[in-house]
Write a protein that binds this ligand. Structure first.
Ligand SMILES: Cc1cc2nc3c(=O)[nH]c(=O)nc-3n(C[C@H](O)[C@H](O)[C@H](O)COP(=O)(O)O)c2cc1C
Length: 211
């Protein structure tokens, strides 16, 4: 059965972002292994999702038969983003660090896909995600060095958010030191590109074993 892949790009530089380039490198390799696959690219710089407002949030929690036209439009937009996620077996997130956190465009997107009763539900034991069975790859880039340290709240936030939706199979690739001078930048990018190539090779080997 052919797989579906969703690539969400969050760099303000769109296709020229370092994170987009790493994600593109992965998707090119992945496509070769999955020639019949559908790939959907959502570029949040070119097509931003609006900030969540009280009006939009109320539209989400108003029963379907009581929504007015404006509320129906807001919910339809959120539903379309969620459908795109549901259809994806593999989700690729290209996520730069901006001012210690994810780009605000990605946060706005997350605010539209985290919907109680739709992508997660509240239970007596806390929230339970409803989008399980997905593999996520996060391609991130930073000016400094954070990976593996307590200062990497960026990765922790992404893992926490994805867990809310029921997604726990998450692999990160880091390009770090990109603002530390030319040599550290080239080293950081080369290491990240090698990490992407390793993941693609591993996926090839897994497919060969499964065949
Ligand atoms: C607006 C802005 C804010 C940034 N803030 C940080 C930061 O807080 N910490 C950091 O290590 N790098 C920071 N950087 C550096 C970026 O993480 C780095 O340039 C990375 O390549 C951005 O990814 P992109 O090229 O895919 O957009 C910032 C860059 C920009 C443009």
């Amino acid at each position: 059965m052919s797989k579906n892949l969703l690539q969400v790009n969050a760099s303000i530089f769109s296709k020229d972002g370092q994170t987009t380039r790493l994600a593109d490198q992965f998707v090119t390799g992945w496509r070769k292994q999955n020639p019949g696959a559908a790939v959907v690219v959502r570029d949040l710089a070119r097509e931003p999702v609006p900030h969540l407002t009280a009006e939009r949030f109320h539209a989400f929690i108003t029963p379907a038969d009581a929504r007015n036209a404006e509320q129906r439009a807001a919910v339809a937009h959120s539903d379309a983003l969620i459908d795109e996620l549901r259809r994806a077996d593999v989700i690729v997130l290209a996520v730069p660090m901006y001012n210690f956190d994810v780009p605000s465009t990605l946060k706005a997107y997350f605010d539209h896909i985290a919907r109680a009763g739709v992508t997660f539900k509240y239970t007596e034991k806390g929230p339970v995600g409803l989008l399980d069975g997905k593999q996520v790859y996060v391609f991130t880039a930073r000016g400094g060095y954070y990976a593996g340290t307590a200062a990497d709240t960026h990765s922790a936030y992404l893992r926490n958010f994805l867990r809310l939706l029921g997604i726990t199979d998450v692999e990160f690739v880091y390009a770090e030191g990109l603002a530390m001078g030319d040599a550290p930048k080239q080293k950081g990018l080369a290491e990240a590109q090698q990490a992407v190539a390793r993941i693609v090779t591993q996926l090839n080997q897994q497919d060969a074993v499964a065949a």
